[in-house]
Design a protein around this ligand. Structure first.
Ligand SMILES: *Cc1c(COP(=O)(O)O)cnc(C)c1O
Ligand code: SF4
Length: 340
């Protein structure tokens, strides 16, 4: 088969998989042998932030277990209705950091492009679950404005492609962004923040790898996995392919009650990531977004878990435990600095 035809076919494979994501509780629950009554689901929560989960991710869940750590991350539940003081719609000050449509800057030397509002999975604890994407993402119409702002500011050495999920974009749109950044001389690094390699490993196809290889700048890839059960054989194979085209391959996690709030879950995640060629980067304390309060692990417990991890693992397998504080100069470490 002609190489180009083969690549196109692979491209449509991941898009077909994306189109098959579960979007209805009535489809998801029976597939897992569960009923609505088993798991406290909420149609109202699903209406405000829709259920979305790829089939391959569901296949890694334990059948019949309403407490499965992967299921808890994606299941709309009644606990989301709780109104908890301190939990709001813009927990990390995103809207105060907008420099141009779709371009957020909080820290020196690096800025973040909201490339799309789309994700392959909807994580219930997502700090951007209420983000007003229509006015604040780089749709093709406003991308030029964001790129012009980057080109005009030579302090911006690193651009982070975020979203949503930048790999939810098709390769044509993604290539347009990556190559435009590649042509800006002062941009020294391009970073991808993506959960697609974990939730839809089919996305890491030959065409994407070629695109990243041709970026013209080192690409730092930061994936997002929270539990070792997310790292299936298909995910490992996708990560092994991503590694040679990435200047660094890192993971960030969120500390989540009922998902990974044990020393065993966290250490197993780190060692499993390592076997896939990925180093842990950040373990985020939960961002206080409305609807996610039931995932909160108190700071003293988070610090104790992190210390227990450090007592069991080599230093390079211990992620930094951080919290994002609106207006701070960087993510803020917990523990040593007493930032509780
Ligand atoms: C988290 C974040 C970054 C990245 O911070 P690092 O510490 O470099 O990983 C950059 N920009 C924004 C707006 C962020 O929220
Ligand atoms: S993949 Fe990331 S941006 Fe998308 S819903 Fe999950 S946490 Fe939010």
């Amino acid at each position: 088969m002609h190489a180009e035809t083969r690549i196109r076919k692979e491209g449509t494979a991941w898009q077909a998989e994306l189109a098959r994501t579960y979007a209805r509780l009535d489809d998801l629950l029976p597939a897992l042998g569960l009923t609505a009554a088993d798991c406290g689901v909420s149609a109202e929560a699903a209406a405000s932030f829709p259920l979305r989960v790829p089939r391959g991710f569901v296949a890694r869940m334990r059948h019949g277990d309403p407490h499965d750590p992967l299921l808890r991350q994606v299941l709309p539940v009644t606990a989301e209705h709780a109104v908890v003081p301190g939990f709001g719609t813009d927990p990390v000050g995103d809207l105060d950091s907008v420099r141009a449509p779709g371009l957020l800057q909080k820290y020196a030397g690096r800025a973040l492009l909201v490339t799309t509002g789309a994700c392959a999975v909807h994580c219930r604890y997502c700090f951007r679950r209420a983000f007003p994407y229509p006015g604040h993402s780089t749709t093709p119409g406003v991308l030029g404005t964001a790129l012009a702002a980057i080109a005009a500011d030579d302090s911006l050495q690193e651009i982070i492609l975020s979203g949503g999920d930048p790999l939810a974009l098709g390769n044509d749109r993604l290539a347009g962004i990556v190559h435009a950044l590649g042509r800006i001389p002062h941009v020294a690094r391009i970073r991808l923040h993506t959960r697609l390699p974990v939730v839809l490993p089919e996305r890491i196809d030959a065409e994407l790898l070629e695109l990243l290889r041709s970026a013209g700048k080192p690409v730092v890839t930061v994936i997002h996995a929270n539990h070792a059960s997310e790292i299936s054989a298909e995910v490992i194979s996708a990560l092994v392919r991503l590694r040679p085209v990435s200047a660094a391959l890192l993971n960030q996690s969120v500390l989540l009650r009922g998902v990974n709030d044990s020393v065993d879950a966290l250490t197993t995640l780190s060692t499993q990531l390592f076997s896939a060629g990925v180093l842990p980067y950040y373990l985020h304390q939960l961002d206080r977004v409305a609807g996610a309060a039931h995932f909160l692990v108190p700071d003293d417990e988070a610090i104790a878990l992190h210390a227990a991890m450090a007592a069991k693992l080599p230093g390079y397998l211990v992620p930094k435990l951080v919290r994002e504080i609106a207006g701070a100069e960087a993510k803020t470490p917990l523990g040593n600095f007493g930032a509780t």
